[in-house]
Ligand binder design. Structure first.
Ligand code: FES
Length: 103
């Protein structure tokens, strides 16, 4: 079972077990991480925004054009920003580190 590491704005790290096939947003929401996922994963909000650790960005990959358009509206956008509802959990992501931006 892959583990995901969420880094909260205060630097606190939360490690959660994730199940393959779910999205990072779903796992975060179910683990009481401060990620809302208001639109349920349909790329029409930015409440699932995360900043991927640069060492992991190649593994996670670039956002698709629709996701990129929505990310332009995200607060605190960074070069490694992604919408976590668009990242599907696989074994490859075991140990993935990402920052949960401040609201
Ligand atoms: S949950 Fe709305 S874009 Fe990810």
């Amino acid at each position: 079972m892959p583990k995901l590491i969420f880094i909260e704005p205060d630097g606190n790290e939360i490690i959660v077990d994730a199940e393959n096939g779910f999205s990072v947003m779903e796992v975060a929401r179910d683990s009481d991480i401060d990620i809302e996922g208001t639109c349920g994963g349909s790329i029409s909000c930015c409440t699932c925004h995360v900043i991927i650790d640069p060492n992991w960005f190649n593994v996670v990959g670039e956002p698709n054009p629709d996701e990129e358009d929505m990310l332009d509206l995200a607060h605190g956008l960074q070069p490694t920003s992604r919408l976590s509802c668009q990242i599907e959990i696989t074994n490859e992501l075991d140990g993935l580190r990402m920052i949960v931006p401040e609201d």
